[in-house]
Design a protein around this ligand. Structure first.
Ligand SMILES: [Mg+2]
Length: 302
């Protein structure tokens, strides 16, 4: 495995256009940030609003990004997911302007930055390469999940993660009805116990550390180490699963007996019919093959 580091940058020209992808349903408090960004944009900027139709939006975005030096995504994790699927393995760099309700990737990327610094980083930051994950054909920037969290995403009316309190409330509502299932894994790197995982509550695979609007599910994840972090929660008793979720808020869940964690390069969930989510977007049912794509994304950092 080659560790991902900063790589030689292609020559870019300020004549190359910038594309701005924004979610019209962005969090109301973020409109101010968007307005500020718009004032800082050069003339050769194309604005694209997402519609919620992933396939149509991706097609339009890929076309717009041809020859673009920068794609600035203004939205939450769902908007970032759309953006990375358009520019993975290309020379177009990503600029991150968080404007969703969860912003789980932004928590590790622009945490603590002022509005001015967020916009400066998105437009003029240093361009580096980081990893992406890929679940079947779909790239993800932050997190993929198989099991309970994906079932939760599937049932939520909103397509993206809600705020943390809402997420926890909905999780508690779903918990009594969710049935953990045994899953069969194929893990060529032998990082997770391959074979049968009995009573699997959820398998979370992270490029980023947070999901569910700030829950540190994979605190051991790094975006440029060439591997994905995983956290697997096995169900023993429902009460112990509940305690495990409560410990997650305090980032103490990895020490629980029913939790396995580590890093992997690829894994296949062979069992059919288990829900899968990527970056808080419902993807469908397993089987699913998940792998790391080292250095697949160019992104601007402070
Ligand atoms: Mg990693």
């Amino acid at each position: 495995m080659t560790l991902t580091t900063e790589q030689e940058q292609p020559e870019t020209s300020s004549d190359q256009p910038i594309v701005v992808l924004h979610n019209p349903a962005m969090h109301v408090r973020r409109h101010l940030l968007f307005n500020r960004l718009q004032k800082a944009l050069p003339d050769n900027t194309f604005m694209i609003a997402s519609t919620g139709d992933f396939d149509a939006d991706l097609k339009a975005l890929k076309t717009a990004c041809q020859g673009a030096r920068l794609l600035i995504a203004v939205g939450g994790d769902g908007t970032l997911n759309l953006a990375v699927n358009a520019i993975a393995h290309t020379d177009t760099a990503l600029g991150v302007v968080p404007a969703g309700s969860g912003n789980d990737f932004a928590r590790i990327w622009v945490a603590g930055l002022s509005a001015k610094d967020i916009i400066h980083t998105a437009l003029h930051g240093e361009t580096i390469n980081i990893d992406l994950g890929q679940a079947n054909e779909r790239f993800f920037l932050n997190n993929a999940g198989v099991g309970f969290d994906a079932e939760l995403v599937k049932r939520l009316k909103h397509r993206t993660w809600p705020r943390k309190v809402t997420y926890i409330t909905r999780a508690l509502q779903l918990l009594p009805f969710y049935r953990s299932q045994s899953i069969v894994l194929e893990d060529s790197s032998n990082k997770v116990n391959a074979g049968l995982l009995p009573k699997s509550f959820m398998l979370s695979i992270g490029n980023g550390r947070y999901f569910g609007a700030g829950l540190p599910i994979t605190p051991h994840a790094r975006v440029n180490d060439g591997v994905l972090a995983y956290t697997h929660i096995k169900e023993k008793y429902r009460s112990s699963t509940l305690r495990c979720l409560a410990k997650m808020v305090l980032q103490k869940h990895l020490k629980a007996k029913q939790v396995q964690s580590g890093q992997l390069e690829m894994v296949t969930v062979k069992t059919a019919g288990i829900p899968v989510q990527v970056d808080g977007e419902y993807l469908g049912y397993s089987p699913v093959h998940i792998k790391v794509c080292p250095g697949a994304l160019k992104i601007n950092k402070l």
